[in-house]
Design a protein around this ligand. Structure first.
Ligand SMILES: [Zn+2]
Length: 142
């Protein structure tokens, strides 16, 4: 993707500024519950599993699998006209949480459910760096 003028950019807010700052530093942060150990994304003030308020921020390994996806062929606005076709996917991180993002750096037609991906940060503005995902080679068992 190239050029981001006219695109819909997320607006960091006081409660999300720290998360965006980590993205700018190419760190994908998720929450882990200190009581039950579950990971979660998007950020919440309590654990979605056990309702505990004891949450900590940890860095995700940034790897996961495509749970499902679609190939967008019609731009949602003129600013996206040069981007189509592009992939919008739900990626299940190794830690468990699911993130909606794009799968980039590959032919959109090559994306498959179960495909191994890793985070690929893309700077869209001075404040917004987006965590997207790109394919990784199949791991061999040893
Ligand atoms: Zn919990």
């Amino acid at each position: 993707m190239s050029g981001h003028n006219g695109k819909f950019l997320p607006v960091p807010r006081p409660e999300t500024e720290g998360w965006w700052e980590n993205c700018r530093n190419h760190k994908l942060m998720i929450q882990r519950c200190s009581d039950c150990g579950e990971f979660q994304f998007y950020p919440r003030i309590i654990c979605a599993g056990c309702m505990s308020g004891q949450l900590e921020w940890v860095e995700s390994a940034g790897r996961g699998k495509v749970s499902t996806y679609t190939v967008c062929r019609l731009p949602v606005a003129e600013a996206y006209a040069s981007d189509v076709p592009y992939v919008v996917a739900l990626v299940r991180l190794e830690e468990g949480p699911v993130m909606m993002s794009n799968v980039v750096d590959c032919d959109p037609e090559s994306v498959k459910t179960g495909m191994l991906v890793e985070v690929a940060f893309q700077k869209w503005s001075e404040t917004v760096t987006i965590p997207q995902f790109k394919p990784v080679a199949e791991r061999t068992t040893q």
